[in-house]
Design a binder for this molecule. Structure first.
Ligand SMILES: O=P(O)(O)O[C@H]1O[C@H](CO)[C@@H](O)[C@H]1O
Ligand SMILES: Nc1nc2[nH]cnc2c(=O)[nH]1
Length: 325
């Protein structure tokens, strides 16, 4: 496909012309943890986007991030063209079981999409800006809406294993400690220095998701709640979980929040869902322990329903996008 350049971005609102070219930046871990990290410039991200455009035949409108054990969401994609992360210059690679490490381009119900079969987590050693780099690349490719999925522990006592939580809001716990994907110099071509987050999870899309859940007769397992991300990789202590419950968290994981912040910064519409893969242990009398195998098993158990749900959401969100080009 024809390459894009810095003046040729499809969304004039988000990509105001550059006042100056920012240099590549060395940031001190974006969080003071001692890992030196290098933020990519706009131009480097553009190179990644152009590399991908040279390999694909259709530009995606909707981006999907597949959560742990949910890679099969990408299996509905027709006319698919897959690119391994290892083959993409300057792209991170997946290191976690249940994350294949591929971008899958193609169509769902005729809608051009790209799915990340494998996301990047802070606990893998990536700084947050790098975990979220694919979101900015999606934006440069022409994506308008991000659907982020994740596996999460259920804290809300009414949630059962296998429930699907529509994310209505998040609490950025890592951000409270100063670790934010937008830390460092701001490039206005992506978005403003101080982006608002009060409408991070699109209200209309959440309502559509509830309607779709009814149509598919799965509304009994679909909930709505607040997600938080901790740095991981350990699962939480009982005291930590009780604290999170007290501050209003319904589900806890190790991803998504920073991706959503990055997506909203560059003006993508966001929808997110959590598959509740385990019940959080909030009492010392309970002998259960969270583990990644269970997380992946529940993903497999729910793969057909999730695929159906996400496919319908893609169809419906694309209709809204078509009305608001
Ligand atoms: O958020 P996703 O990638 O779905 O995965 C969740 O499940 C894994 C733990 O089992 C962690 O990576 C946590 O973030
Ligand atoms: N932090 C965290 N991440 C998860 N991912 C899946 N389950 C959990 C959990 O209980 N806690």
């Amino acid at each position: 496909m024809a390459p894009i350049n810095a003046n040729d971005i499809n969304d004039a609102k988000a990509f105001v012309p550059a006042k100056k070219v920012l240099p590549e930046v060395e940031t001190e871990a974006a969080n003071g943890n001692g890992n030196s990290s290098k933020g990519y410039s706009y131009e480097t991200l553009l190179e990644i986007a152009n590399f991908l455009l040279s390999r694909i035949s259709v530009k995606p409108h909707i981006g999907i991030i597949c959560g742990s054990g949910m890679g099969s969401l990408a299996e509905s994609i027709t006319e698919s063209e897959s690119i391994s992360y290892e083959d993409i210059p300057n792209f991170p690679v997946s290191t976690v079981e249940g994350h294949h490490g591929k971008l899958v381009f193609g169509k769902i119900s005729g809608v051009p999409v790209v799915a990340m079969q494998g996301r990047f987590h802070y606990y893998e050693g990536y700084p947050l800006w790098k975990c979220c780099l694919p979101v900015r690349v999606m934006k440069l490719l022409g994506v308008k809406t991000l659907i982020a999925t994740n596996a999460a522990g259920g804290l809300n006592p009414s949630y059962k294993i296998g429930d699907v939580m529509i994310v209505k809001d998040h609490i950025n716990m890592m951000g409270f400690a100063g670790n934010n994907p937008l830390h460092g110099p701001n490039d206005e071509r992506f978005g403003p220095r101080f982006p608002p987050m009060s409408k991070a999870y699109n209200y209309e899309y959440r309502n559509i998701a509830k309607e779709v859940a009814k149509e598919l007769n799965i509304d009994n397992i679909v909930k709505e709640g607040v997600y938080t991300c901790l740095g991981g990789p350990n699962f939480e202590t009982v005291a930590e979980l009780n604290m999170l419950k007290m501050v209003g968290v319904d589900a806890v994981g190790m991803s998504t929040v920073h991706e959503v912040i990055t997506a909203r910064h560059c003006d993508l519409n966001v929808f997110a869902l959590s598959l509740i893969t385990n019940e959080c242990v909030t009492s010392y009398e309970n002998n259960d322990e969270a583990n990644h195998e269970e997380v992946l098993d529940v993903g497999r158990m729910r793969q057909d329903i999730l695929r159906l749900f996400v496919n319908k959401l893609v169809e419906r969100f694309a209709l809204i996008e078509a009305k608001n080009p």
